[in-house]
Design a protein around this ligand. Structure first.
Ligand SMILES: [Zn+2]
Ligand SMILES: [Zn+2]
Length: 321
């Protein structure tokens, strides 16, 4: 067993492999469709557009329908009302109105598809929508960051089965983003650029091409955690051409195919530089297989039963059953 620290952020993981447990023994038996209302009653299905808040945009399918569509979240965590300025009263009470936009992006008209069923062209379209929404929402007054995330399956927080992503814009740069930026500032140049070079040579590498590297991080907090980084120091989504997003989609697809083999619930989260800051763009896949329990909540130290080196073999299809 080994105690490992994150590359940049001060977080710690105990790699404690369950002896003899093979990757497919982590396969989940969750039935994600257990509470499926079916396409007729689904808010996100074609024909039911009137059941969602007013549409903000869509990608047409060229046949009168849509491939993707996005609209405000009916149960928004933030809204564009009140005072976005953060203030502190009586030393201890720091607050502002939770100011921002909360949007849903329906990723496919097909009720029976999950993100891992989308092909590379569909994933590329989704990435282009992320890029467009971050650009638009991020340029609004008082907005400091636009969080983009995907919850796949019940353990990852999905309540609606129809495949979708979400965006929440915020009047503050969230702490996890800040910690990465502050951690990176302690190095003379971008540490992630160096991490990418080093991990491309090692046994945590999953896949690389000229543009991106997929690898399992040294101090993985989640079973089968995987990160995708551009090899060049790109700061935001806006730095990528359409062709580069298509390559990124191919990396995402490789991860998704393997997560489907495990029937894994997962979160996909995206990190990039807020305005005026410098953070190397990256995407993290966080499979929700094990539960972080008392020890993790108490100490912040996480026990991971899957060594990242084994996870990399699994993603490469090299593990032995
Ligand atoms: Zn549906
Ligand atoms: Zn970099």
């Amino acid at each position: 067993m080994e105690l490992r620290r994150g590359y940049v952020v001060d977080r710690w993981v105990i790699v404690a492999e369950s002896r003899g447990k093979r990757p497919h023994q982590f396969k989940s038996d969750d039935d994600i469709y257990a509470n499926d209302p079916g396409p007729e009653k689904c808010f996100f299905c074609p024909g039911n557009e009137g059941m969602t808040p007013q549409e903000i945009g869509r990608v047409d399918d060229g046949k009168g329908g849509w491939k993707l569509r996005w609209f405000p979240n009916k149960f928004a965590a933030v809204d564009k009302k009140g005072n976005p300025k953060i203030d502190t009263h009586d030393r201890f009470f720091t607050f502002a109105d939770a100011y921002g936009d909360h949007e849903v992006i329906v990723e496919t008209p097909d009720h029976s598809k999950q993100m891992y069923d989308l092909d590379e062209a569909e994933l590329t379209d989704l990435l282009k929508v992320y890029r467009g929404r971050i650009d638009e929402l991020g340029n609004q007054p008082n907005i400091k960051y636009v969080s983009v995330f995907k919850n796949e399956g019940k353990k990852a927080g999905t309540s609606i089965i129809h495949s979708h992503s979400q965006l929440i814009s915020l009047n503050t740069v969230p702490p996890r983003v800040r910690h990465k930026i502050e951690g990176a500032k302690k190095f003379p140049s971008c540490p992630y650029c160096d991490v990418v070079k080093i991990e491309a040579q090692g046994d945590r590498k999953v896949y690389e091409d000229d543009t991106f590297l997929t690898f399992t991080p040294y101090a993985s907090r989640f079973n089968f955690e995987a990160w995708i980084f551009p090899k060049e120091h790109k700061k935001t989504f806006m730095d990528f051409s359409d062709d580069e997003l298509a390559v990124l989609a191919s990396h995402i697809k490789r991860i998704l195919v393997k997560l489907k083999e495990l029937n894994a619930n997962f979160n996909m989260v995206i990190y990039y530089s807020p305005k005026g800051e410098d953070l190397h763009f990256h995407i993290e896949f966080l499979p929700r297989i094990a539960t972080h329990a008392g020890f993790e909540l108490e100490t912040g130290v996480i026990i991971n039963a899957v060594a990242p080196e084994v996870a990399a073999q699994f993603y490469k299809g090299e593990h032995k059953e």
